[in-house]
Structure formats: C-alpha cells, structure tokens
Design a protein around this ligand. Sequence first.
Ligand SMILES: [Zn+2]
Length: 334
Amino acid sequence: MDIRLCKKCGFILGTRPGLKEVDGVCLACINCENKKNIDFKSRQEWLTEYIKQNKTNQEYDCVVGVSGGKDSHVIVKKLIENHGVKNPLLVNTTHGFKRTQAGEYDLKNLVNHYNLDLIEYKLKPKDFVKETKEDFFNDLHPLVRFEEKLYDIPVQIAKQFNIKLVFMGENSAFEYGTSEELEIFNKKEEDVEVIYLFSIHPYSASGVYNEAKTIGFKDLDEFDDWQRQGTIESFSQIDTMGNMIDIYTKFHKFGFQRVSDMACRFVREGLLSREQAIQYIKDNDWICDEGARKDFCETLNITEEEFNQTLDKFANKDILVKDANGNWRRKDLI
Ligand SMILES: [Zn+2]
C-alpha cells in the first residue's frame, strides 16, 4: 500500500476512519480554511440570548463536562465572561488511571477561580477495569466505552437537575475532518441540548492554551512528576497518565497518534511548516511513554508482555514495520 500524506499538513491519508479528503488535502485542512467564512460573531450573540431563554433551573444556568484541562478552562471562562453565565454546574467524570499533579492542580484551579460547584463522578472501579481490558484486548480501543460516558454522564446529570443546556468543547467531527459542517448542537437529546462551545468560538490549540493560562492553567512543565515522551507539547490531555495509551494505540491501527494530530494542527495554525511536522511525527509518533504504559498495565492488571502482544496482534503491517529494537514504526518514516 502506498502511504500518502496530506499535501497541506502532512497527516497520513486513507487510514483514519471517516477522514475525508479532496485532491490530496485532508478535510481537517479544508475545514480550517472554511472557518474563515463562518460568522462567529453572530453565533456568539445568538448564544448569549439562547442561554438566557433556556434557563430551566433556578440555581444553575447549564452543565459543563470538564476534565480540568485547557479546553475546560476556556469553555467556562467564555460562558462566564462573554455569555452572561453566572453559575454553571461542572461535572468531572473520572476513571482509575493515575492523576498527575497538573491534573489535580488544574481542576482545583478552575473550580476555585470562579468559585463553582463541581460534581466528581467516579466510575465503578471494577467495571472500568473490566470494560477497558475487554476493549483493549478485543479491539485495541481501550477507552471507547469511557469516552461514551464522558458524553453521557453530564447529560444524565443535567436531566436529573432539570438543566436544559450542556456544554462540551470541540466538535471533533469537524476539527478532525470527518464532517464538513461545524454543527453547534450534538444529536438531540430529550429535554437537553448539547452545545459545542468551540463551534461558537473558533478553536485553536495554541490559542486555547494561551487563554487558559490567563486564568491560572498550568501545563506539565510546571510540575516534576511526569516528563512525558511521545508528544511534542505538554498542555494537552495531561490530567492522567494511563489514558494516553488510548490514543497511542491508534498508531498501531492507523499509523498516527497524538504527535500527528498536534503537529498537523500546528501546521494549520501557522506554527509549523509541513516539513517540520513530518519530522516531528517521524521522531516521536511511534514512542510509547513509559509512565503511561506502566500506569495502564498496573491499573488494568495486565503484564507488559500481554500489552506488547496485543499491539503486535493489531499492528497494521501495510503501513508499519518493526525496527531492530522491536518498536513498530511507519514504513515511510523509518
Ligand atoms: Zn491536512
């Protein structure tokens, strides 16, 4: 199989499920250009009015699903500072992986900065381990069920509290190029509306990072418990260690993981050239972070051998080859 890369950002084409392309350019790049034609100002004016009209609970304006990361900081900041929200109810859903110092700090910071109520929803530990293990061994997609819960639990809590609006961050179908439309709402729920805040305020990873820092967000570099490998930044998905394995496993199935996602995003944001992005991907995307692997294996009670065997079983040999050290690498970038 010929390995093709997006002509604009360098992302691998033909492997990400649902990723569309036109003349060798990925839809994520096309969407990023098309964002310039979206009237975000009128979306923002609409949202302020919509929130006012849809306050169904005396105390809370809305629910926000938060991890405590940079995106959570900016969602809450925008709602309060730009859209007249006074009292959002935050919902944080957690699993069994090890929280980082940055993760602990940032969630506390967000809650304290605006003095908000937070519901911490902890999943049944044995069920989490059982489901994550099954999905790792059977599909090499360990957090597929957890990701569904990240969406469902804030929605269910909103229903319990008779709150109509639930806010989430990115519309990932648009940002990652599987849909042309930057939809504001997610699928209609009964009695609840799920709104993507980054369909109202255009998303950029670097922009959100800088804005989050203005209200006290800290990245991994400000703590010394995790020198993360296999990434090119220290501000994205930093709240727990083991969950990083979920995206890492995409490398074995599809030939990309977080380094590709971030580097190609930085190309679209004008921070890297395509050539620089490809170099970053070549040097880093295949690397498994030791701390993440250790936390993942310990939490799920599996051996490193079982871990490696499962990666071998699913490795996509059309695009990957094992190097002399036993690491799976992209054929076009070794
Ligand atoms: Zn692209």
